[in-house]
Ligand binder design. Structure first.
Ligand code: ADP
Ligand code: MG
Length: 239
């Protein structure tokens, strides 16, 4: 499988001196879905943010389809990758406007995004004209994240990045959102997940385990369990 995304010895130091990533290397093939797991502060969000930010300073190489990220224009990057965010901004407007970001799309495309993101039930109940309220106060945390997924699906980028919410979502909602992302086909996905659920974890093509900004283990669920290392500990503690 051709590598769509490649990190080669990537390090990231923040201006305050914190080394958030130290020599991280991995590849993601086209259409693969990869999970990034690690304790708080291990560098998971930094890794995703590097993929979105383009020109921000890092050492090493980040390659998209063989092109170094720092040479990819912001516009090309925008067409290549989208990020499902934890704290997405919701406008005080209708659900439909919040999904389409006030742009025109064919109705079937909007409907598909609503279904795949899991927004169909609330739309059936309240309608596309439902007003989301100031800062999305009329939506639950899970619904806001689904709006973010629907926006990303409409943008139709080949790469989807997900920084899964922790605090704002209950376990059940987080599980359902992870499942809907796993169900999306033909998309290359990198998901920072906190849902340490065996049925979900078994569905990833690969799991990347970060600790102190380093990749300490990689593999599929069973391989990582058999190693009895950090992944095994994190998984066991979460049960
Ligand atoms: P995770 O998402 O796994 O919790 P992060 O990537 O957010 O980890 O953070 C990795 C390390 O970098 C932590 O020590 C964190 O405190 C630090 N860090 C994250 N963002 C910044 C920032 N903008 N400026 C300085 N340090 C940061
Ligand atoms: Mg984080």
């Amino acid at each position: 499988m051709e590598a769509l995304l490649r990190f080669d010895n990537v390090s990231k130091q923040y201006p305050n001196g914190v080394h958030a990533l130290n020599g991280v290397s991995f590849t993601v093939g086209e259409g693969e879905f990869i999970s990034v797991i690690g304790p708080s502060g291990s560098g998971k969000s930094t890794l995703l943010n590097l993929l979105m930010a383009g020109h921000s300073g890092y050492a090493g190489e980040i390659l998209y389809d063989g092109r170094e990220l720092s040479t990819v224009s912001t516009q090309s990057l925008y067409e290549l990758v989208s990020l499902v965010e934890q704290n997405v901004f919701v406008f005080n407007s209708t659900l439909r406007d919040n999904i389409t970001m006030f742009r025109d799309f064919p109705p079937q495309q909007v409907q598909r995004a609503e279904e795949l993101s899991g927004l169909a039930p609330i739309i059936q109940e309240k309608g596309e004209g439902y007003l989301c309220g100031e800062n999305g106060s009329g939506l639950s945390g899970g619904q806001r994240q689904r709006v973010s997924i629907a926006r990303c699906l409409l943008r139709h980028t080949p790469v989807l990045l997900v920084d899964e919410a922790t605090a704002s979502l209950d376990k059940e909602t987080a599980f359902r959102i992870s499942s809907s992302i796993l169900d999306l086909e033909g998309l290359t996905r990198v998901v920072v997940t906190h849902s340490l659920d065996e049925a979900l974890l078994r569905r990833y093509d690969g799991i990347l385990v970060l600790h102190h900004g380093r990749v300490v283990e990689t593999g599929q669920f069973q391989e990582l369990m058999d190693r009895k290392g950090l992944f095994y500990s994190l998984y066991t503690v979460a049960q």
